[in-house]
Design a protein around this ligand. Structure first.
Ligand SMILES: Nc1ncnc2c1ncn2[C@@H]1O[C@H](COP(=O)(O)OP(=O)(O)OP(=O)(O)O)[C@@H](O)[C@H]1O
Ligand SMILES: [Mg+2]
Length: 495
């Protein structure tokens, strides 16, 4: 098992401080105890928590310093070959005691001493909150969320309790339960059984959406948007459909970065993608994740990425990724931003799970250059102002959508107002206004102020930057900025 192998590597390499981020400390303890039976050079795991103390006698109850002293004083037994066995001390929820300078100092002493003495401190905590004095002394390990087989076992056990006949567990149920902890999954299964007498994926999705919200960074998006509701972007649509087509072997798609002019449908595309390729979409709210503590933010991000891993195959949608770097007020926290980005970048590069990242960005100047480097992504796409053909398609979509009622839109026939410099967002708002105010499109157009006008410098700079660097969302190949757009005349559109 991945986690235990990693732990074993760290122990062999002599890392005597190991911070294990987990919401399921008992599972971690159980995993280690099981592994120990096959690993003769580990001594039995000692577990301390403040309420129960150490071991059966409840030694050191209520005193966070005492278990450290026990470890310092302990003598390692020897293996048959005469090697010293590893002494492992697990401290549950020990982050609670790290505000005490004496505890921090003693922990430092123990870890430094433990390196040569083969004594290891494992801090089991749901958050990552390592005091600066100890930062260099700890390696961090994530305990993974339960795999499909574990969830299967939990569901099967509950179902067996309910009736004497064995039920096979539906794959849809397991899919809905991924990303939950064992405890949460058990609760969700039980709730569904109580409500419906069976395990219903609908109940699980509902609970999962709630549980994801508790993290504060992740939200489950389960919308009905389709590619067909978006005009243009043909190259981008084709690329994603192909990259995410189910296949038996070969590399999994990693993700794409969407850059572009505001209102060109970057967010709308990202939201439609999951539904289109039948994968759940997790939205990572990276802009709001600046907690008061560095460790808190970083821990939350790690937790969010872990959940995404567990939910594979999934889509991870990071909107306006540059916001993470501007942070709170845009200054004074560059250290936090950099570390946070480091965490995300490392995950982007290294994650082996089938999680496809779709990130959007409006302001490339705020991103560190290494983030937009092409090899990090399967594609970096630029969404320019829509072409005439694309605009026609977008008009068609929104005239249909808002023209259902007997409104002004119908009355004016096929005539559409001049739309030079308009994005999809402006076409949409024009159609919406016409329907709302019950006026012809030309009148509604008076109320539309295109972004290309209000921020023309920015748009020009963005185009320049993207030219030759990004892929075009419109047609296959590299985007080339065209400065001279053909003058617009009134066009008729097909409905
Ligand atoms: N090509 C398009 N086809 C259909 N609708 C579009 C298109 N482009 C934009 N829209 C609509 O315009 C609105 C704004 O789009 P969206 O929020 O996706 O833009 P964005 O590129 O994410 O903008 P921002 O950079 O400001 O976040 C949405 O309601 C979206 O549906
Ligand atoms: Mg957006």
């Amino acid at each position: 098992m991945m986690f235990l192998d990693q732990l074993n590597d760290y122990l062999n390499a002599g890392f005597s401080g190991i911070w294990i981020q987990t919401s399921e400390p008992n599972e971690v303890v159980q995993d280690i105890v099981q592994r120990q039976q096959t690993t003769p050079d580990w001594e039995p795991l000692r577990v301390w928590d403040v309420a129960k103390g150490l071991g059966h006698e409840g030694q050191c109850k209520g005193d966070p310093l005492a278990p450290l002293q026990v470890l310092l004083d302990a003598r390692n037994e020897k293996t048959d070959q005469g090697h010293e066995k590893a002494l492992l001390l697990a401290l549950l929820n020990y982050h609670r005691f790290l505000a005490n300078p004496v505890v921090v100092q003693q922990l430092q002493n123990v870890i430094l001493h433990g390196k040569s003495a083969r004594k290891f401190v494992l801090v089991l905590s749901p958050i990552l909150a390592i005091p600066v004095e100890l930062e260099k002394l700890f390696v961090v390990l994530d305990h993974p969320l339960p795999c499909t087989e574990s969830l299967q076992r939990i569901a099967a056990e509950l179902l067996a309790d309910e009736s004497s006949t064995a039920h096979p567990v539906d794959p849809g149920i397991l899919e809905a339960a991924t990303g939950l902890t064992r405890y949460e999954a058990e609760g969700a299964f039980a709730l569904s059984l109580a409500r419906h007498n069976s395990i219903e994926p609908g109940v699980l999705w509902e609970l999962k959406a709630q549980m994801l919200k508790k993290n504060g960074l992740l939200e489950l998006h389960r919308g009905q948007e389709r590619f067909a509701d978006l005009g243009g972007m043909e190259a981008l649509k084709t690329f994603c459909t192909k990259a995410l087509a189910p296949r038996a072997a070969g590399p999994a798609a990693r993700g794409i970065l969407l850059l572009g002019v505001p209102g060109t449908g970057k967010s709308a595309f990202a939201k439609a993608l999951g539904n289109e390729v039948q994968r759940p979409t997790l939205t990572l709210d990276i802009g709001s994740c600046f907690g008061s503590l560095v460790g808190e933010t970083e821990g939350k991000i790690r937790q969010a990425l872990k959940t995404a891993d567990a939910m594979a195959p999934a889509i991870l949608y990071i909107d306006e990724i540059e916001k993470a770097l501007s942070g709170v007020g845009g200054n004074g926290d560059s250290g936090v931003s950099t570390r946070l980005f480091g965490t995300v970048l490392t995950w982007l590069n290294d994650h082996a799970s089938d999680v496809f990242v779709i990130a959007t960005c409006n302001d490339i100047s705020k991103l560190p250059p290494e983030f937009s480097r092409a090899e990090r992504w399967d594609g970096v796409f630029f969404l320019d102002m829509p072409t005439d053909i694309e605009k026609n398609a977008i008009w068609g979509i929104y005239l249909r959508q808002f023209g259902q009622a007997d409104s002004g839109i119908r009355a004016i026939g096929n005539a559409i107002p001049p739309d030079k410099g308009w994005t999809g967002a402006e076409i949409k708002s024009c159609c919406r206004l016409a329907a709302l105010l019950d006026v012809p499109l030309a009148d509604a157009a008076q109320h539309v102020v295109p972004v290309a006008q209000t921020a023309s410098d920015k748009v020009a700079a963005l185009r320049d930057w993207a030219s030759g660097r990004c892929l075009s969302a419109t047609k296959p190949g590299v985007y080339q900025s065209q400065q001279n757009h053909a003058p617009k005349t009134r066009r008729a559109i097909q409905r």
